[in-house]
Ligand binder design. Sequence first.
Ligand code: F6P
Length: 322
Amino acid sequence: MKRIAILTSGGDAPGMNACIRAVTRHGLNEEMEVFGVSHGFGGLIAGELRPLGARDVGNIIQRGGTILGSSRSPAFRTPEGRDKAAARLREYEIEGLVICGGNGTFAGAVALAEHWDGSIVGVPATIDNDINGTDTTIGYDTAINTALEAIDRIRDTAEAQERVFLVEVMGRKCGAIALDVALAGGAVAALIPESPDDMEGLVEFLTSSRSAGRHSNIIVVSEGEEHGGAFSVAEQLALHISSDIRVTVLGHIQRGGAPTAASRILGTRLGVAAVEALRDGATGVMTAVRGNRVELVPLSEAIAIQRPADTALVDLILGLAR
Ligand code: F6P
């Protein structure tokens, strides 16, 4: 394996830059030439490839986003687009490709393998932590810590004003962020896409709140829960409770900012493992973390299902909120 390339695709995640740095420098250490592809699969189709040297990836480990840029490419979803992408890889004589992203990106990687006979290794990166086969993903730790900091701030004003706050976090299809942030932030409930909302139970809980001596209540809501997010849930609750309700949507704040130590370390470890996997002849796999070990997992397994959420946490969170 003499020449490899790396691209980042889909929703960016803090820690992707640590991965780009690790792939570049470890590739160079292994005497490979390393190319960076700008703007994900769209950039690959357009031929946006450039050689990366050690200095090109200096001073980036602490930065959120991705220095390569990212995109969701409609052109790549067509066989013609994937043919063009494969032709670019042949034109630049790339033998191995590291693809850093989430579920949609990995589905793209599997589809690309039908058009190109080089080696492909995926690195799981998404703030959603919804990739099957890996305990966690690059960016997740940063996102939950960012959301948690916001919740701690909201709690101060919620308590002072004796309000119910609905805090909406990201996760169109996956409640991992909501569950972990609710657990860590001492919220009274988490509403997630994977299980139906217990609105009756929630109303009952909030109604008895004052008499139980609670002055404020924080509910964490995934953007993809069944009512369609925090504003809709607030409307429903307002029909049944008299407390003052406020909504905060954290949105893309959760995707940006300096990666935490955990996201940087994960990006680095999984990036190094991706280069080693290519060097050792692996293809069609992702570098995953299981326990504290880095392992290779087939991309087909990664995209077969969404990583199951630990729905038992919904009851645990409510149970601890007495
Ligand atoms: O990166 C994953 C994610 O943040 C989801 O949680 C969210 O629904 C989605 O991306 C939003 O992405 P965009 O605004 O880039 O389409």
